[in-house]
Design a protein around this ligand. Structure first.
Ligand code: SF4
Length: 372
């Protein structure tokens, strides 16, 4: 921590001890010192920006303000169920799906796969226009695996969505094992005229967790998909879940540092939820494992975001499955209250996204980065 900046938290978080990167004790050479000075200068200017943001109660890089700034107005997602299935359910990759998965937990009831894409978009736009006076929309292909078809089919479905004059972009939720060079090329062709975001379900960077949840792919598969997608004009998102019983808290927190080094632009993170009619529900009912309490999750989230690159835009910070299918955790909180409590937690610790990422960038491993 640089003296005199005044960013030490006024209250020590219970997880704070996990957040501080180790300082190097090696004797630096002259060019390394120059590099460190440069890094510290960048760090201080970043810190100044974040000091201003802190004063304005902007604690993290949220999707809403990001998209508003980009398009100079609010842009809303219109959910689309294009009738895709999932290779982890139909036997191509596996049977039974991920052990936590019940697609009803994230499919809005207003979306019916029996309607055409055009009808779904018209319905969604009609609703959102009345409610929010919205003008611009992103077509969000959400449930199941939205690249799980041949390129011609994908072209037809995506193009139908983009044909609506008020749709300015695509968001595609998918698995990293269902993309290839041709599908990425297809998405890339849209980027000249549209905002294009692909959201890869990762869930964890730890293969032992991915095996436990029957994910059907490993971490390397995600890295391969990133490789395919990077530098194609496509915005890249990742989706992770915090709180799997296979991970120590420090391991889950460490994902912030790992993901910060990857070419991802957006991140969705939420607490593990045990949902009815899933294999995880059977496991939990037979042998309940620890689940984040509300207070624990708020502390975890603040610690995670402190370690995360400030450049990553946060699309989701928590999940709210419908009460009728949720087994645990039962937080009994409204969405707006959760957002308010997250902000209050950041304020209480006087902290912000990337606080320890910036500190680490300024001070850790300068030798390796300074080579010409
Ligand atoms: S979470 Fe996604 S990938 Fe896993 S089974 Fe459900 S739809 Fe398939």
């Amino acid at each position: 921590m640089v003296e005199g900046i005044g960013f030490e938290p006024t209250v020590e978080s219970p997880l704070q001890r996990f957040s501080r990167p180790p300082l190097s004790t090696a004797q630096p050479s002259l060019h390394v010192l120059h590099f460190i000075n440069l890094k510290i200068t960048i760090y201080l200017s970043d810190l100044l920006i974040y000091q201003i943001r802190l004063a304005m109660s902007i604690y993290y890089n949220a999707f809403g303000p990001y998209i508003r700034n980009k398009f100079k107005e609010n842009v809303y997602k219109v959910n689309i169920d294009a009738g895709f299935t999932c290779p982890n359910r139909d036997g191509t990759t596996g049977f039974g799906g991920c052990i936590y998965c019940n697609n009803d937990s994230f499919r809005p009831t207003s979306v019916l796969p029996t309607l055409t894409i055009t009808n779904q978009i018209e319905n969604g736009i009609s609703y959102l226009s009345k409610r929010y006076s919205a003008n611009k929309f992103i077509a969000y292909f959400q449930p199941y695996t939205n690249t799980y078809a041949d390129v011609d089919t994908l072209h037809r479905l995506y193009s139908e969505a983009l044909a609506h004059p008020q749709v300015i972009g695509l968001a595609i939720g998918t698995r990293p094992d269902t993309v290839d060079a041709k599908k990425i090329e297809l998405l890339s062709t849209y980027t000249k005229d549209y905002f294009v975001l692909i959201e890869y379900g990762l869930q964890s960077i730890y293969d032992h967790t991915l095996i436990h949840i029957n994910r059907g792919h490993d971490y390397q598969c995600f890295l391969d998909a990133l490789n395919l997608t990077t530098n194609k004009g496509i915005h890249i998102g990742a989706h992770i879940i915090a709180g799997f019983p296979t991970e120590e808290l420090e391991q889950t927190l460490a994902m912030a540092e790992v993901l910060s080094e990857l070419p991802i632009n957006f991140l969705k993170i939420h607490q593990l939820q045990v949902i009815k009619e899933t294999r995880m529900a059977d496991i939990y009912n037979d042998n309940p494992f620890p689940i984040f309490t509300y207070d624990q999750y708020l502390d975890f989230l603040v610690n995670f975001i402190e370690k995360l690159s400030p450049n990553i835009v946060l699309q989701r910070l928590f999940a709210t499955a419908p009460d009728n299918i949720l087994i645990a955790p039962l937080w009994d909180r409204q969405r707006q209250n959760i957002i308010r409590d997250i902000d209050k937690r950041f304020k209480r610790y006087a902290t912000f996204q990337g606080k320890y990422y910036l500190e680490g960038a300024a001070l850790k491993h300068p030798q390796g980065d300074s080579s010409p």
